[in-house]
Design a protein around this ligand. Structure first.
Ligand code: ATP
Ligand code: MG
Length: 183
């Protein structure tokens, strides 16, 4: 699975709809301090299901909704879509017939939120399952932020094991085992 496109609307500093294409092997985002580079990474992390406002550099989840500026009113909703190509075939079997997978997350100021896969409403669990064992995901190793390398090097063995299990592809089975044991 490879990121093709990121669409942001009303998320943090992005008041108008912005579509970023990821065509080449490497995409760099450059710009002056405070222009929104890290907000792009936050948007990717959020749409993949991040539940912690702190991990998105905010106090409450509502902080991710565009809060207005001197000239623009705050918005009532944030929406981010992340589009993946399925060309490499490394996708769950039920998505093999699709040429792309679009994951969307919305949040309204009243706290209501939606997740959608290919525009069909779904559960957070479905989004999490889509990314399990791919190394992508809100908590996986596809996003290496400042300090993460050091954190991995200094992690306790059981914390490091989580990353190894994700890479080895056993995360999904462990999650299913937890559900099965509860039944
Ligand atoms: P640096 O180079 O310093 O790391 P950056 O390009 O990574 O900067 P970001 O941290 O992505 O910058 O963006 C910070 C900007 O986003 C700030 O100007 C902040 O006011 C704005 N911002 C964050 N949340 C919101 C929000 N909810 N509504 C409007 N603007 C927001
Ligand atoms: Mg930054």
């Amino acid at each position: 699975m490879k990121i093709k496109r990121l669409e942001i609307l009303g998320f943090k500093s992005f008041q108008d709809k912005v579509s970023l294409e990821f065509n080449q092997a490497i995409t760099s985002i450059v710009g002056p301090n405070g222009c929104g580079k890290s907000n792009v990474v936050d948007a990717i992390r959020w749409v993949m299901g991040e539940q912690s406002a702190k991990n998105l550099r905010g106090k409450a989840m509502e902080d991710i909704i565009f809060n207005g500026t001197e000239y623009r009113k705050p918005l009532g909703m944030a929406e981010v879509s992340l589009v993946f190509s399925t060309e490499d075939g490394r996708v769950p079997a039920k998505y093999l017939n699709f040429t792309e997978i679009q994951v969307t997350r919305r949040l309204y100021r009243d706290g209501e939120s939606d997740y959608l896969i290919n525009k069909i409403p779904c559960r957070l669990l479905d989004v999490a399952e889509l990314f399990m064992d791919t190394g992508i995901g809100a908590r996986a190793y596809s996003i290496i932020e400042q300090g993460k390398i050091g954190m991995i090097l200094h992690a306790k063995p059981e914390e490091r094991r989580f990353l190894i299990e994700e890479a080895a592809g056993v995360t999904k089975f462990k999650a299913r085992k937890v559900v099965a044991l509860k039944k």
